[in-house]
Design a protein around this ligand. Structure first.
Ligand SMILES: [Mn+2]
Length: 479
C-alpha cells in the first residue's frame, strides 16, 4: 500500500503498545526524524518505562518537535497517541509552525500486541493497560479526521503495516527546483490591453486570438494574482493567462480578488463590491463553460511559490519569512490578504501591518496587492502592483535580473477610494513609530547599494502604501 506524506509535516503515529510503531518508524524515517516518548522518558529518568517521568518526557517531545518544525524538518512523534489530549497538542504544534499534520494509525489486534509485549521483559505492565489503550484507540479512530489532521492513514493488520510504502511528496508551494528565469507580473485587474503591451515589451509573442503567449528564450511569466475585477476585460485576461499556464508559459498564484470571484462562481453569497460586479457582468457574456473553466483554474491555484532554491518567494500580498513554503490556513490568509490588524478604518477598509518593514528573511519576496507609485526594494521585498487599473502602470520584475519593466495604463479604469496620502497631509501619524534607524539599516535598493534611509524613503513607502484603494497600513508603536 502506497502512503503519500508531505515532505514537511508533523507525523503522529497512533497505536497501542506493541503495535509496532517504533519498528515502523525505523523502517520509514531516519533516526533523527523520530521523536520517541520512550526515548525521552529514558533521557529524563534513565528508564524508558518510568511512567512517573511521562509528563516531563512529553514536554521534551514537544520541545524537540517544535525546534525541528521551526527548522522546517519533517518530524515523527512515536508515542501511543491514543488519547485525544495528546493528539490535540500535536495538531496545535503543527498549526503553530504552519506545517501539515498526518496521523498514521497502526491498527493491530490486541492478541498480537500482547504477544509482542510478553516477549519484552521491560514491558511487564498488566493486561488492563493494553485493554485501556485499545478502547481509547477504538474511540479515537472515529474522531481523527475531525481533530484537525490534514491526512489520516489507517494501516489495518500486520501485513498491511509491513507492506506499506511511504512516499514523500513535496508541498505544492515547493518549486525550489524551478530556477526560471521569470517575468513576474503585478496586479492586472482586467487590463488586457496593458497586459498584451507589457508582454510584448518583454519580447513575448502573443497569439492573435489571445489564448497564449510565449517567449523566444523560454522565459516564463509569473502572475502575482488579482488578474480580475475593476478593469474592462477580465475574461480576456483570464483566457490569456489560463492559456499560458496550461501551455507551461506562465505560473500563477491567486489574489484575494480571485478567491472572492471563485466564491461567487460557486454560488456563495458574496458582496460584489471592489469590482467583482464588473467581472461577473463580463463573464456573463462568455459561454457558460468558460466560467466553469475559470472556477477550476482558480481552485487549482496554490497560495504562494518558493522558487530558485528558496531564493525567491512570490505571494500576492507578501509573506513573512517563517511562513515561506509552509502550509496552513494562516499562511494562505497572509499570502492572499496580508497581515491584517483585525481593525477597519473610517472607510471600512482593513488596516494592515507593514510586514515588509519587519522582514528579515534571506529570500526575495515579490508581491502585489497594495498599489505603489514606484516599486522599491525594502528588506529584500518588493511590491510590483503599480495600480494599472487606477491609471498607473502595469509592471513586471524580470528575475533573476531584477529589472523593472512597465507600461502605462491607457485610462483610469477605476477611481481609487483613497487618494495618495503624504505624511505632511497626515501629521497625526508619527514616523518615529517606524523605528526608522533600525528598519532603515536594512533598507536596500535593488542595485545592491545599501542606502542610508531618510524620511524621504519612508514618505515614498507611506504614500505608496496609502495609495491602495482598499488597504490601509497601520503603524503600531513597537513594543
Ligand atoms: Mn489584492
Amino acid at each position: 500500500m502506497k502512503v503519500a506524506i508531505p515532505d514537511l509535516a508533523l507525523v503522529a503515529l497512533v497505536g497501542v503498545s506493541g503495535s509496532g510503531k517504533s519498528s515502523f518508524a525505523d523502517r520509514h524515517f531516519s533516526r533523527t526524524e523520530v521523536v520517541s516518548s520512550d526515548y525521552c522518558r529514558g533521557l529524563i529518568s534513565d528508564d524508558e518505562n518510568d511512567q512517573s517521568a511521562s509528563q516531563a518526557a512529553f514536554d521534551l517531545v514537544h520541545y524537540i518537535a517544535a525546534k525541528r518544525l521551526e527548522a522546517g524538518r519533517l518530524t515523527v512523534v512515536d508515542a501511543t497517541n491514543v488519547q485525544p489530549e495528546s493528539r490535540r497538542a500535536l495538531v496545535a504544534l503543527a498549526k503553530k509552525h504552519h506545517v501539515l499534520s498526518v496521523a498514521i494509525v497502526l491498527n493491530v489486534s490486541t492478541e498480537v500486541c500482547a504477544q509482542r509485549n510478553a516477549n519484552r521483559p521491560d514491558r511487564d505492565f498488566g493486561p488492563h493497560v493494553l485493554r485501556n489503550q485499545n478502547s481509547q484507540l477504538r474511540r479515537s479512530m472515529k474522531n481523527l479526521r475531525r481533530e484537525g489532521f490534514h491526512k489520516v492513514v489507517f494501516l489495518n493488520g500486520v501485513e498491511e503495516i509491513d507492506n506499506a510504502a511511504l512516499v514523500r511528496e513535496p508541498l505544492w508551494t515547493d518549486r525550489r527546483s524551478d530556477h526560471g528565469p521569470f517575468d513576474i507580473i503585478g496586479d492586472v485587474h482586467g487590463c488586457f490591453d496593458e497586459l498584451v503591451a507589457l508582454l510584448r515589451s518583454l519580447s513575448y509573442t502573443v497569439d492573435p486570438d489571445g489564448t497564449g503567449a510565449r517567449h523566444p528564450d523560454g522565459r516564463r511569466a509569473l502572475f502575482v494574482g488579482d488578474l480580475v475585477d475593476r478593469g474592462p476585460a477580465t475574461p480576456a485576461v483570464l483566457r490569456l493567462v489560463m492559456g499560458m499556464v496550461g501551455a507551461g508559459d506562465a505560473l500563477c498564484i491567486p489574489g484575494n480578488h480571485e478567491a472572492k470571484l471563485l466564491r461567487a462562481l460557486q454560488g456563495r453569497d458574496v458582496t460584489t463590491s471592489h469590482g467583482l460586479a464588473e467581472s461577473l457582468t463580463q463573464l456573463a457574456d462568455e459561454p457558460p463553460e468558460f466560467a466553469q473553466q475559470v472556477a477550476s483554474f482558480i481552485d487549482g491555484l496554490v497560495s504562494h511559490f518558493v522558487l530558485d532554491d528558496g531564493r525567491l518567494v512570490v505571494a500576492h500580498a507578501g509573506l513573512r519569512a517563517d511562513m515561506h513554503g509552509r502550509a496552513s490556513a494562516a499562511v494562505r490568509s497572509f499570502a492572499l490578504y496580508g497581515d491584517t490588524t483585525g481593525e477597519t478604518d473610517e472607510l471600512g477598509l482593513p488596516e494592515r501591518y507593514p510586514w515588509a518593514v519587519d522582514y528579515r528573511g534571506k529570500a526575495f519576496v515579490v508581491y502585489g496587492h497594495t498599489p505603489v507609485p514606484d516599486p522599491a526594494w525594502l528588506n529584500r521585498t518588493i511590491c510590483i502592483d503599480t495600480g494599472c487599473v487606477f491609471g498607473g502602470r502595469l509592471t513586471a520584475l524580470r528575475y533573476p535580473e531584477r529589472e523593472l519593466v512597465s507600461v502605462p495604463a491607457a485610462h483610469v479604469y477605476w477611481e481609487p477610494a483613497r487618494p495618495v496620502v503624504t505624511p505632511e497631509a497626515d501629521p497625526g501619524r508619527d514616523l518615529a513609530d517606524l523605528d526608522i534607524d533600525d528598519a532603515g539599516a536594512r533598507f536596500r535598493h535593488h542595485r545592491g547599494r545599501l542606502a542610508a534611509p531618510g524620511v524621504a524613503d519612508y514618505q515614498r513607502l507611506r504614500s505608496g502604501l496609502d495609495f491602495g484603494a482598499e488597504h490601509r497600513f497601520a503603524y503600531p508603536a513597537r513594543p
